[in-house]
Design a protein around this ligand. Structure first.
Ligand code: FES
Length: 143
């Protein structure tokens, strides 16, 4: 091996070794779990919704629903349900079907009751549920 070959092999190889950690680190930071929904409900917070505002007035109607900060809020007719909007199967965003009175996931067909329990898989864990209290026209959800 002459000097030129030596430099090509070891200097270039060393460069690759020096750059490798930064490349790997950048991949690690950018490779999020593909099943992790970025709209997770906050934890340890109180969310207050003014049902008189145009943004939340749909929640005054029985069967009305809206996703707020990763929480699916439903007017059940007898009160309010507040559940994580993140499917426990692989993290898709679920929605409320008022006709069927079920929460459904568009990705693989899981269905949940309005209490969050699994009706149909493939999800096998319930949706997280949060207490929701109505005071006048203000709905308070504790996460
Ligand atoms: Fe909801 Fe698969 S992510 S059923």
């Amino acid at each position: 091996m002459n000097r030129r070959e030596y430099l090509q092999k070891f200097v270039l190889g060393g460069t690759v070794l020096i750059l490798a950690p930064s490349v790997l680190e950048s991949c690690t930071k950018n490779n999020q779990n593909p099943f992790e929904n970025p709209n997770q409900p906050p934890s340890g917070k109180t969310i207050t919704l003014d049902l008189n505002s145009a943004d939340y007035s749909i929640l005054k109607n029985t069967g009305g629903s809206k996703i707020v900060q990763g929480i699916l809020v439903i007017n059940t007719g007898t009160g309010y349900a507040a559940l994580s909007s993140i499917c426990t199967h692989q993290g898709c965003t679920v929605g409320y079907n008022s006709t069927a009175n079920k929460i459904q996931c568009p990705c693989h067909g899981s269905e949940f009751s309005i209490t969050g329990s699994v009706i149909t898989g493939p999800a096998n864990a319930p949706l997280e549920s949060f207490p929701a209290t109505l005071n006048g026209t203000t709905l308070e959800i504790k996460t």
